[in-house]
Design a protein around this ligand. Structure first.
Ligand code: UFG
Length: 286
């Protein structure tokens, strides 16, 4: 079988598909610096293969999960989609490169319709408490770490940097509820139905900055748990303040985030308290 022929799905899979949402990818910044080839192989080759399979099936509509990481350390906020782009680590470079690949694919074949969604900081969980984030090993990101401290799996949260030029010295991010983010994808899929869309980029954020200390306090309030803190220096590669301009998404996708920090913490705690060990058995912690 030729490489190309192998892209055709087995005959029992005869359903047509109209569009693809491409969420898959490795995303740990530190790991990407240690294992760059793993990241380039998985994220870049995986995406190229996906684009080839889509083309082989005549499906040319894609929503790709990019990241606010492509803004690097922005010179000002809010970040608009036109800001200069940079990458501080191999993970970020894969996002940046995939964006470029998508632009090239569209340039070469203008019948492709592609939306690059730049996620800010997704947090929270489904309000049912059945679906939430369950990272393997020590969490890299803030909210899963806070959650594991709250349920007693880790003794304290380390705060990376308290000397930033921000409201309380800690870093500021644009946290967005995962349900709002999911709605953003529906809006993007609907946008792909429009005739004149080519390859477009949209920020998926709330447009509001919240400091690390502020979100810790909000989580303490939602959970009724005290989060012990350890102060440490800045984490290499971290930007000071990152939040989105949401104007383009509001105007063109007719989408706007509905949930605030308290909703995000409430739903994350609902998931955490019902599933303190995520999807695994109670001894699955490490
Ligand atoms: N932070 C802490 N302690 C922790 C973890 C994080 O103080 O234990 C701070 C960070 O220093 C930063 C803020 O919390 O100021 C947010 O950090 P995250 O790691 O949660 O998220 P980032 O803003 O660093 O974003 C990173 C990548 C994004 C990626 C995102 C989600 O840069 O590209 O994680 O994976 F999308």
């Amino acid at each position: 079988m030729t490489r190309e022929a192998s892209y055709f799905l087995p005959s029992y899979f005869d359903a047509q598909f109209d569009a693809v949402i491409h969420f898959a990818g490795l995303k740990a910044v530190g790991e990407s610096a240690q294992k760059p080839l793993l990241y380039y192989n998985n994220n870049l080759i995986g995406t190229i293969t996906l684009l080839e399979v889509m083309a082989a099936h005549g499906c040319k509509k894609l929503v790709f999960s990019s990241s606010a990481t492509v803004y690097g350390w922005p010179k000002e906020v809010p970040c608009t989609e036109e800001f200069p782009l940079s990458a501080a680590n191999p993970y970020g470079r894969t996002k940046l490169t995939i964006e470029e690949i998508c632009r090239d694919v569209h340039r070469a074949e203008p019948d492709w319709k592609i939306i690059l969604s730049r996620y800010f900081n997704p947090v929270g969980a489904h309000p049912s408490g059945y679906i939430g984030e369950d990272p393997r090993g020590v969490p890299n990101n803030l909210m899963p770490f806070i959650q594991q401290v709250a349920v007693g799996r880790r003794p304290a949260l380390t705060i990376f940097g308290n000397d930033y030029n921000t409201v309380d010295g800690t870093g500021v991010r644009d946290f967005i509820h995962v349900v709002d983010l999911a709605d953003g994808h529906i809006a993007a899929l609907l946008k792909l139905e429009e005739a004149d869309i080519g390859c477009e980029v949209y920020n998926l954020g709330t447009g509001k900055g919240t400091s690390v200390s502020e979100i810790v306090r909000a989580f303490e309030h939602a959970s009724g748990k005290k989060i012990p803190l350890v102060k440490a220096g800045r984490r290499p590669g971290d930007a000071e303040i990152v939040y989105a301009s949401t104007e383009k998404a509001e105007r063109e996708l007719k989408w706007k985030a509905k949930y605030g920090i308290d909703d995000m913490c409430r739903d994350q705690w609902n998931w955490a308290s019902k599933n303190p060990y995520g999807y695994g058995p109670p001894d699955s912690t490490d």
